[in-house]
Design a protein around this ligand. Sequence first.
Ligand code: FRU
Length: 527
Amino acid sequence: MSSRLDTARPKTAPAGTSRFRPAIHFTAQDTWLNDPNGLVFHDGLYHLFFQNNPYGNVWGNMSWGHATSRDLLHWTEHPVAIACDETEDIFSGSVVVDHGNTSGFGTADAPALVAIYTSAYKAASEHSGTQAQSLAYSTDAGMTWRKYEGNPVLTRDSANFRDPKVFRYQGDQGACWVMVAVEAQHQKVVFYRSEDLKSWDFLSDFGPANADAGEWECPDLFPLAVDGEPDNIKWVLIVNINPGAVAGGSGGQYFIGHFDGARFLPDAGSLAAPAGLASLPDAKAGSAALQQCLWLDWGRDCYASVSFSNAPDDRRIIIGWMNNWDYANELPTSPWRSSMTLAREVRLIAVNGSARLIQQPVLADLGAGEELPTAKDHMNTDTYELRNSAVRLPDAVPGSAQIIEAEILPGNAERLDFRLFGSSDGSRGTLLSYNTASAQLILDRRQSGDTCFHAKFASVESAPVDLENGVLKLLIVVDHCSVEVFVQGGKVVLTDLIFPETENQENWLSAEGGPATILKLAVSTLT
Ligand code: FRU
């Protein structure tokens, strides 16, 4: 039975036309979305499946929506790929290209795409009350999907066993499929292996460790070469957590270690709390202990980040859901609700002897390796000194995303302030500040625009950031309802949603308490 929804509506309005609709971030045209699912690159196209309510713009009727892109910036939405029915909701999962036709769903010449998703069973199902892993497959390059009649393929008789991420593992004993999933309420990642995607054997589990005050969801596991050295491979285990993240509510943490084909062994340097923070008497949200964990993002709005399978040139590219379960269903947008983060390429570098992730937004076409023709420069300065004064940057441009690149020597300045989407009297706007004394980057969205729709939305986020040779390097991407900040080459990332007043489009940079030297200030737009 094909699972394509025959009620799929035509998608008419172009991106960027309705209030707050981003220019270069994916939103569903007129429905709700949450987690990215089944990220896979195949035949020159990036596929983004996503948790979608095809019938409304709040969470419910969970199905897999579908969009494709050639450049990870401009997306085309397609009809629903895998739809919920009276027996199950289709929760998060992943897609692999079954090149060896191990599943028998395709042929050796025309491999099937196989989706491994969580069946969240409803009352009408004989499996009611459990979550288990199921398969669907596509033999037309991801455009239509059939559910496998032998579903579910893996159950633990658990109510919270979900979010399978499957990848091909090549070990000394040969190749097999490995599944990474969660027992969400036990703060455990569970590992399984399979030859054919249909029959699975338990390998091991990991957790609780580090942040463990909420459910563990949407895990991912992949190898990367530290500083690009092929002889120094480390494994990155992503574990999203809700609530209990560093900025409150939903967020993503990661561990660095080794995966031997059966178990994940974390490096001691990536463990702030080996048995989990809950095991420490005084570790609470916002505490120093929580800050010692490794975070993908220090903002409020980056959750459920997972990576693409089969990205070209062995690149590892992740996308997150740009939202937070604290207030997700109430965002003031319509008819769509919620967007994805920018795609981010991740790499590992050694920092003081420990491997750490860095992230860079994908702002150029990876396939072609060229700058996007739509990028327009609006400002590019030479070195100059900023003394107790403010410099006006180009205003926000409706319909475009703005990219601000800055390299600044704070010198004797106590604070550097970017005011984004500001009012002309300076009283309103989103404030991104660097505090020299505390070495903190702070994003304050309390005056950013509409914050009233939920009591938890008005907030101030901060992340520890050390200057490097005295310099602060920022790459800020602002796109109608979001600010993503990549700091010191992507060592720290901070993502927040904002809903600015239409009339407030001024951007300013100022230094307080002493002169700062601007080494680079460039502003460009992308549509
Ligand atoms: C994470 C999550 C997943 C689940 C999905 C349901 O945001 O709760 O654990 O599969 O959303 O929509």
